[in-house]
Ligand binder design. Structure first.
Ligand code: PA5
Length: 490
């Protein structure tokens, strides 16, 4: 089986010059830190209790229990056989991986054409925004008797998902009757949260109602596609074993200590050097494949929530050798590259102008696909395009973009995918997950929490008068209202 490859030639001084390119000395300088980061990660990854405690259990997902996967597969097949539509509710890590999988691994226009779906249900993603238009339109047009609902929320408390489910549940009940709960599966924390409470209450009355798949302990939202996303893969008919096998193969490559042998470590090291020493805080991910655009969206969440941090990490080890990662409030670092999702060739006619001639403050990561399942040739004769396969034009456009960036001394690198197959997509996900975890180590931040997203939630909860808000939070909001001076609004 051909494996993913990582081409990092254009990150180096020999391609783009010393001012913007990484030198051998830069790589030498980061080597020691990389060795320490590897040793630290491996010490955690080799011990289940440490993995779970620090939220690194995602790294074991490629090797998860096969019997459990088969059970998910059976449930997915049952849903696929009995329903025409599935509404999947979730946001952030409970949505982006599923959407990425849907776009990459299902045929394009899957929802539109029966033949492409091979009798499987249409999938509609909702609960990932508070915009009322999309959900209203969907529910007006779906038949609840033919629709299955999956609610995914690790915490079981997230506003967007909760609000959407509060609308979908009575809609389903009204249309499908008193046993509507049999058309719902919830994926949530096994012990806590409002959704868990609901599940437990329904399950006590009818074990077929509000069936549920527990989230594995120690797997954070954005690292959880190979956990909470499996039911969705089973419903749309993606071979889960292939996705996991690709991720497992990549996991073995990403366990190697040497930068030169470990694609994820090399990716993180080069990006960190470019960021910290060459003034490149912006990270553009540009797959040259329409169907990987949502994979770029998924990566943007992964990078932004994992590495965008105010405080550096302070590691505390107790007498039993257990580590805790605390926020070092004495050290405000405000770190993290800013990810930008993009796609070729579409964006060659938009943000590429800025990539080439705007501020030289970014790295571009391409994803290049070597072979497509369906190719077409430009018909006719007499034109330079005549007879050319689209796939060749796409590859050439990617190569041309690399060349143009190199000519302007813009750092870029390429992940080469032999094909957009379940195996290679599983590998791609794991590559980015490990690269992000390693980048977190190199930056010495906690790549597995997201304390910054609490600010907006607290403000909303305060305004919505949620009971139990701490006085510290409510005082802060009361003392610091948003200033809206009419003179400053035209
Ligand atoms: O990575 C994360 O943990 C977050 O992006 C969550 O996935 C997101 O906030 C949704 O949370 P929940 O699954 O609890 O509804």
């Amino acid at each position: 089986m051909k494996q993913l490859r990582f081409d990092f030639n254009n990150m180096f001084d020999f391609s783009i010059g010393k001012t913007h390119g990484v030198t051998d000395q830069d790589l030498q300088r980061i080597r020691k830190q990389a060795e320490q980061a590897h040793a630290h990660l491996q010490a955690i990854l080799s011990d289940r209790s440490k993995r779970v405690n620090l939220c690194l259990e995602w790294a074991q997902l490629p090797f998860q229990d096969k019997a459990q996967v088969r059970q998910i597969q059976r449930l997915g097949n049952e849903i696929a056989r009995r329903y025409e539509n599935v509404i999947s509710l979730g946001i952030g890590g409970s949505y982006l991986g599923l959407k990425a999988a849907q776009d990459a691994l299902c045929p394009p226009y899957y929802n539109e054409f029966d033949g492409l779906r091979k009798g499987r249900p249409r999938i509609y993603f909702e609960g990932n925004n508070l915009d009322p238009e999309t959900l209203s339109a969907l529910l007006k047009n779906l038949d609840p008797r033919k629709t299955f609902v999956i609610v995914i929320s690790k915490s079981g408390e997230t506003t967007e998902t909760k609000a959407a489910f509060a609308v979908v549940e009575p809609w389903l009940k009204k249309g499908a009757g008193p046993r509507y709960g049999r058309q719902i599966v919830c994926i949530t924390d096994p012990n806590s949260g409002a959704l868990r409470k609901k599940v437990n209450a329904h399950q006590a009355a009818d074990p077929q109602s509000f069936r549920n798949l527990p989230l594995l302990k120690g797997v954070g939202g954005r690292y959880s596609e190979l956990n909470m996303g499996l039911l969705h893969l089973a419903i749309v008919g993606v071979p889960i074993a292939d996705v996991l096998a690709g991720a497992a193969a990549m996991s073995r490559r990403c366990a190697q200590p040497q930068l030169r042998k470990n694609p994820a470590y090399m990716y993180a090291a080069l990006q960190t050097i470019a960021y910290r020493s060459k003034g490149k805080p912006i990270a553009i991910l540009m797959p040259f494949a329409e169907t990987l655009k949502s994979t770029a969206d998924w990566y943007c969440q992964l990078l932004a929530e994992s590495t965008g941090k105010k405080f550096s990490r302070s590691v505390k080890v107790n007498d039993q050798g257990r580590e805790d990662w605390l926020m070092d409030k004495q050290h405000i670092v405000n770190l993290g590259r800013t990810p930008v999702p993009s796609r070729g060739t579409n964006d060659l006619h938009s943000i590429q102008q800025n990539n080439i001639e705007g501020a030289n403050d970014k790295t571009v990561t391409f994803i290049r696909v070597e072979s497509f399942t369906n190719d077409i040739r430009v018909p006719g004769a007499g034109d330079i395009l005549s007879g050319q396969p689209f796939s060749r034009l796409l590859s050439l456009a990617q190569e041309a973009t690399e060349w143009a960036l190199v000519r302007q001394q813009r750092p870029n690198c390429t992940v080469i995918m032999p094909g957009i197959t379940p195996y290679h997509w599983g590998g791609l996900l794991f590559f980015f997950e490990m690269a992000t975890a390693f980048e977190g180590e190199l930056l010495n931040i906690n790549a597995f929490d997201q304390p910054g997203v609490e600010g907006y939630k607290n403000y909303m909860y305060f305004k919505l008068k949620k009971p139990g808000i701490s006085s510290e939070i409510s005082d802060e909001i009361k003392k610091n209202p948003l200033k809206k001076n009419k003179l400053f609004i035209l």
